[in-house]
Design a protein around this ligand. Structure first.
Ligand SMILES: Nc1ncnc2c1ncn2[C@@H]1O[C@H](COP(=O)(O)OP(=O)(O)OP(=O)(O)O)[C@@H](O)[C@H]1O
Ligand SMILES: O=C(O)[C@H](O)[C@@H](O)[C@H](O)[C@H](O)CO
Length: 164
């Protein structure tokens, strides 16, 4: 989970490969209207997101264990997914606005998400740090180190929020 451009797809695919689990791309399940909005530089509202979260929750309930990429920016969104799948754990990819902007701008030619929306992602984000079942991985690490860190933190012996 995390804002646009933080690395959800990259880390999620890496985790799924390491775990031998299916990877589900959350962005592939937005409604066409939501994709059109984001393409046009309009931020999604709660209304836009609830149906999407329902669909993702159903997939978690039906297909777990899986790795799912999902922005899950607000506590209420995460709680909706937890309700569907009580064993759910979150990997929060922590990124600052400058780096997120850079990454989203760099891929603008091949991705629907408008760089003008990065600000609103940070306005909407309610940090999950401190919530149960959440581990945090810095966006600045190399991808392989992020996957390794996430796997390490997700193992029961390391039941902690962050690591120095
Ligand atoms: N650890 C990393 N180091 C350097 N670049 C990265 C890293 N992780 C991802 N990137 C790059 O940042 C960009 C965004 O990554 P990715 O698509 O995985 O993020 P995302 O959170 O899934 O984005 P979105 O949800 O907005 O589609 C991509 O160009 C990707 O190659
Ligand atoms: O909740 C949201 O606003 C969305 O899920 C976004 O976060 C994007 O879909 C994603 O990051 C693609 O760039």
């Amino acid at each position: 989970m995390g804002v646009a451009g933080c690395g959800k797809t990259s880390v999620g695919q890496g985790l799924a490969t390491a775990l031998g689990w299916v990877f589900i791309e959350g962005d592939a399940h937005h409604s066409p209207a939501s994709i059109a909005k984001m393409q046009a530089g309009q931020a999604l509202t709660d209304e836009d997101r609830w149906g999407w979260l329902e669909r993702l929750g159903q997939m978690l309930a039906d297909q777990a264990p899986v790795v799912l990429s999902c922005s899950a920016l607000k506590r209420a969104y995460r709680d909706r997914l937890r309700l569907a799948c009580p064993a759910l754990r979150f990997v929060f990819i922590d990124i600052d606005k400058a780096l997120a902007l850079q990454r989203v701008a760099d891929r603008a030619d091949r991705h629907f998400f408008s760089a003008s929306l990065v600000d609103s992602q940070f306005t909407t984000l309610e940090s999950p740090i401190g919530e149960p079942g959440v581990v945090t991985v810095p966006a600045t690490l190399a991808l392989s180190a992020q996957v390794e860190r996430a796997l390490d933190l997700l193992t029961p012996r390391n039941n902690q929020e962050t690591r120095p």
